[in-house]
Write a new protein. Structure first.
Length: 168
């Protein structure tokens, strides 16, 4: 890793982001991974982007299937974030024992998330170690309820305001 890469890594640890799990399925093989490189880039047309490392199983499935799902996690789903971030489980079924759902494309989503976005890849931009996928949002499911799971500087947080402090 270059010196500039390390400086960028340190700087990005100061950025607060929500937590999501990107999933895909191809010919019965399904996988997913925790990301914070997810954002909406257009409402009309409805487009989002995710960046996935080349050496991941999720990347390979998104590339083959041409579809991906995004589950935005709630503060109650920290364990799911950690499960789907596990590099040691890259070849295992991370969905084992979990409740899932699907929307339009058949991509599996984690149940109980704040929102699920079903996306069709319309563009992909190859980079040296990853690919930026731009997806057209085909279907959305929104759940009301808990606050989002937040990540900053290698720690999880939850949102609160002065009128509604956390119970921690």
């Amino acid at each position: 890793m270059t010196e500039m890469s390390e400086f960028l890594r340190q700087a990005m640890r100061k950025w607060t982001a929500g937590v999501a799990v990107v999933t895909s399925e191809y010919e019965g093989d399904r996988h997913g991974m925790t990301v914070n490189s997810f954002t909406s880039i257009s409402l009309e047309p409805p487009l989002v982007t995710v960046t996935l490392a080349l050496n991941t199983r999720t990347h390979a499935l998104v590339q083959k299937a041409g579809f991906f799902g995004v589950t935005i996690l709630s503060e109650a789903q920290q364990a799911l974030s950690e499960r789907f971030a596990g590099h040691s489980t890259e070849q295992e079924d991370r969905f084992a024992g979990l409740e899932t759902l699907s929307l339009k494309s058949g991509v599996p989503f984690l149940a109980g998330g704040l929102a699920n976005l079903d996306c069709k890849v319309i563009y992909n931009y190859d980079m040296s170690n990853s690919t930026l996928f731009i997806g057209e949002v085909l279907a959305v499911k929104v759940n009301d309820g808990q606050p989002p799971l937040i990540y900053r500087n290698r720690k999880y947080y939850t949102l609160c305001d002065e009128h509604n402090p956390p119970d921690r």
